[in-house]
Design a protein around this ligand. Structure first.
Ligand SMILES: [Zn+2]
Length: 148
């Protein structure tokens, strides 16, 4: 335990210099520096704890504020898969006009007079393909000689 004695040097906040400065203790009350004399301006005033110490004490965190705003909301995306976007052919994709006599391969783009542009998802049979259009997935006949 620190004991204070008159004449001892101590760091105190000087009310005149407005700085933490070395002071000389003038009076001690209850083993606490009561009055100090500033070694810079020689003013005598009540002892004040240095600002740095006072600031440290004041900075003791009170209950940390819960940051609720950051966690709630913004959670809607990605929870449920959005419906597949309508097919869009990549740039420079070769789009073939649909005709049942043509043979289409998976991944090729076709233009259908009713459904518009779609992409071949898979070949269901040698003469049937599943094609994804804007309107949905359709099964089309292909690779078949047209009836005459
Ligand atoms: Zn001073």
């Amino acid at each position: 335990m620190t004991t204070y004695k008159a004449g001892q040097e101590i760091d105190s906040y000087c009310t005149k210099c407005k700085l933490d400065l070395t002071h000389k203790i003038v009076a001690v009350v209850s083993n606490k520096p009561a009055k100090v004399e500033c070694r810079t301006c020689y003013g005598v005033h009540n002892y004040r704890a240095p600002r740095s110490a006072a600031a440290a004490a004041a900075a003791t965190p009170s209950a940390p504020r819960a940051s609720r705003s950051a966690s709630s909301g913004g959670r809607s995306a990605g929870a449920r898969a959005a419906p597949e976007p309508p097919p869009a052919p990549p740039e420079h994709a070769r789009i073939s006009l649909y005709a049942i006599s043509e043979k289409f391969t998976v991944g090729s783009w076709i233009s259908h007079k009713t459904f518009g542009i779609g992409v071949v998802l898979r070949e269901l049979a040698t003469n049937k393909i599943e094609v994804r259009f804007d309107a949905g997935t359709k099964v089309l006949v292909h690779n078949t000689a047209p009836l005459t």
